[in-house]
Design a protein around this ligand. Sequence first.
Ligand SMILES: [Fe+2]
Length: 444
Amino acid sequence: MTTDLRGNPLTCTADAARRLDVAIGKFHIYQADPVGELDALLAEQPDCVMAHALRASVFATTTDKAFEAEVQRSLALAKALAPRGNARERAYVAAVRRWADGDLAAATETWGGIAIAHPTDLLAVQFAQLGDFFMGQSQMLRDRVARVLPSWHRDMPGYGYLRGMHAFGLEECGDYAQAEAAGREAIALDPRDGWAAHAVAHVMEMQGRPAEGAAFMRATAPGWSPDSMFAYHNWWHLALFCIDQGDIPGALCLFDERVSAGGFGQALEAIDGSALLWRLWVLGHDVGDRWSLLQQPWGARMSHGVYAFNDVHAMMAFVASGDRAAQQATIETLERAASGRGTNAMMSRDVGLPLARGLAAFGQGDYGAAVRHILPTRGIANRFGGSHAQRDVLSWTLCEAAIRAGDAPMAEAMVAERLAAKEGSPVAQGWAMRAKTLTRPLAA
Ligand SMILES: [Fe+2]
C-alpha cells in the first residue's frame, strides 16, 4: 500500500505520493507554491484523486470567490475519481464538496473526522483548523490539535508544524504562556514556519507587548518571509505593533512595502490592507490615497457574499473612501447572503449586516448609531470568524465612535476595557485623555 510520509494510506503511485508530500509540506508552512507542485504532478498523473481534492481544498479555503472556478474544476475531477479512492481520500473529497456547497461546519467536521481516524494526518488537522478559524471557533482551534497529540512525538516529520497549530489554538483560548512556548519550539524546529511565528505574534498582541512583538517579528522574518504566501499577514501584525508604539510612519511603510506587495490579489490580503488602514483612518491619520488600492479589488469581489468577514472588510474601504453606492451594494449583498443558505447566511445575518451598518453610520458621522450597531454585535462577532486580534478592530472603532458621539459613559466604558488590555498603548492613552474631556449627563 502507498502511504504519505507519515503512513497515511493513498491509492496513487509511490512517485505521486512523494510529490504529494512535497506539495503538502509547502502548504503546511504556506510556502510557494503547493498548487504549482500539484499541477506538475497532475500533468503527468491526472488520476491522482488526492491531488485533485487537495487542489480544490487549497483554493476553497481562501474564502475568495475569485478562485471558485478553480475549486469547481478540481472538485469535479476529484468527485469523478473518488470511487477509485480509499475511505480517507473519499472523505477529503466529501469535505471540500461540503465547503464548496457553503456548509463550512460540515466540511470542518469532515476534516476533523479524518484526523480522528488518522491522527498523524497533519493535512486534515490543518484544514480542520482553517475551518475553525474561518468560523471563529477558538476552543476547536486548540482541541482538534490536542486530540491528536498523543499519536505524535518530536522526531516525526511535521511535529513542529503541529506544535505551531497548537500554539495558535492555545493563544485564541487565552493560554498565552503555553502558546508562546509551543510557538517558539516550532520556530526552533523550522524557522520557515510562519504560522508558528504568527502564533507568538498573537500572544504578544493580546498581552500588549508591542516592543517585544516588533523585535520578535523582525528577528524571525528572515526565516518565514522568503517565498511565503502568508508573510503579508505577519507583516500586518508587525504594523499593529508599530501603531501600538506610536510609530505611524512605520505602519504605513509596512503597508506600502509589505502588506500591499501582492497587489491585493486575494481577499485574505485585502482583509489585512483594509484592517490596517481602517485603524489609522479611524484615529484621524492621513493615509493618503492608499484606499484606492483596495477599492478595485474589493469592488470586483463585493457582489458575491461568500464570506461576511470579507464583506465587512470591503465595507471599510468603501466607507473610508466615501463610496456610498458601493456601501449600499455591500449591504444589499449581505442581505441576500443572510437570506440564503449555508454557514455564511448565519454569519451575514448575525454579524456581517449589523457591522456593515455600523461602519456606514461611522462614515456618515452618526457615531451614536455606529455604537448602537457595533456594540451588541461585538460579543458574538466570533461567529463570522477571524482571530481575536482581527476582531479587535471592532473595539477600536467603538472607542473612537463613543468619544466622537460625546457619550461620556460609553466612552469611559470602552476606554476602561482598552486600558485593562493595553495599559501602555499610546492609542489607548490617547482615547483615555479624550474621554476625560467629555461631560457626563446630569443625574435625573
Ligand atoms: Fe493573525
